[in-house]
Design a protein around this ligand. Structure first.
Ligand SMILES: [Zn+2]
Length: 139
């Protein structure tokens, strides 16, 4: 069998064992089925994951131009606290940033609605005026 395509992060499927797939444009390879086989991988060319051009890869699979231009490579992707989309200030593409930075925040927010009674005693805030030690930080 011979496959040709861009190497990307493998897709996974829950199971026992977890299934790993190398997905190409028109085909895929179940990596679990070839774990005991000898594979030969040949480099053909670089290909930017955004523009698809044969350019040197700078970071995260993108050429230097795309890395500094496209919204999906903005600093706030890895560090959502850097997003200013909630202030209507765009880094690269305000609509994109609002859509994805807000969805990341909403993913985190359920942690904030845990009822106080469900928290262990060490994580509860002391009542106002209490001399108890302050709440421990979550790691
Ligand atoms: Zn590019």
């Amino acid at each position: 069998m011979q496959y040709e395509g861009v190497l990307r992060k493998m897709q996974t499927e829950i199971g026992s064992p977890i299934q790993y797939y190398m997905v190409f444009e028109n085909d895929f390879l179940n990596v679990n089925q070839v774990l005991d086989k000898t594979l030969e991988i040949n480099f053909i060319k670089s290909q930017c994951l955004n523009c698809g051009q044969d350019r040197a890869i700078y970071r995260q699979g993108f050429c230097k131009s795309c890395f500094f231009d496209i919204p999906s490579a903005g600093d706030w992707i890895m560090r959502p606290e850097l997003s200013t989309a909630h202030l209507d200030k765009e880094d690269r593409d305000l609509e994109y940033e609002k859509k994805y930075s807000y969805s990341r925040i909403s993913f985190i927010s359920p942690i904030q609605v845990i009822s106080k009674s469900a928290l262990p005693e060490s994580l509860k805030c002391p009542p106002v005026g209490s001399t108890k030690a302050p709440m421990k930080r979550l790691k």
